[in-house]
Design a binder for this molecule. Structure first.
Ligand code: HEC
Length: 178
């Protein structure tokens, strides 16, 4: 019974990946430089960001659940920003927590670059994932935006008027493709 459940999960996961790969490959199938499923470095980078995204988001939820009880407590978003800065300083990747409501808690978190502004529009329109490949050869980078919804009631304690499921923002990743 357990095995079967596990098997189904793996199956569902590979369908998800296949759909993603097909969607990406389908953007401009005739151009060789476009990302395809046959681009292992790009696939590895996507996988890396998927892992980071789970790590960061689970950390934010865990910090909020365990330490954030009232409005003047230090929000998990600030811890996330500290960690993003440390990771960037080490040369791993750049990540930013960005507002998608049009009314950020901190103006610094408004969308700035072209990619961020495009992601802002798409995430607000209901997309949960958006990516773009920039540069060529050794300088190739993957920019990714993943939606940040209100995942628990506590988020609304500070982000007034938002309820579980509402989109608050997104994390923007900028990762070298190696
Ligand atoms: C204790 C109050 C508090 C709680 C609880 C809280 N936040 Fe925030 N959040 C803030 C503050 C303050 C900022 C601005 C931080 C900064 O950049 O200085 C912020 C920033 C953000 C941003 C960046 C956009 C913006 O508005 O500046 C997102 C996205 C975000 N929070 C999502 C969440 C999510 C999701 C939750 C629930 C897991 C949550 N927050 C819980 C206070 C809170």
């Amino acid at each position: 019974m357990k095995m079967q459940k596990h098997g189904r999960m793996v199956f569902a996961g590979s369908i998800g990946l296949a759909v993603l790969a097909a969607a990406v490959a389908g953007v401009r199938p005739t151009q060789a430089q476009e990302p395809t499923a046959k681009d292992p470095a790009l696939e590895r980078t996507r996988e890396q960001v998927k892992m980071l995204d789970d790590l960061y988001k689970n950390a934010v939820v865990s910090i909020t659940k365990n330490y954030v009880n009232k409005q003047d407590d230090r929000p998990a978003a600030m811890i996330a920003k500290d960690v993003f800065a440390a990771m960037e300083k080490k040369g791993w990747h750049s990540a930013r927590l960005i507002d998608a409501t049009g009314d950020p808690m901190n103006e610094e978190n408004a969308a700035k670059s072209d990619f961020e502004k495009e992601a802002f529009r798409r995430i607000r329109a209901g997309e949960v994932y958006f990516e773009r490949v920039v540069g060529e050869g050794k300088d190739r980078r993957l920019e990714i935006a993943t939606a940040v919804p209100v995942v628990m009631k506590q988020c609304g304690a500070c982000h007034g008027g938002r309820k579980v499921g509402d989109v608050l923002g997104f994390i923007r990743y900028d990762v070298p493709v190696r």
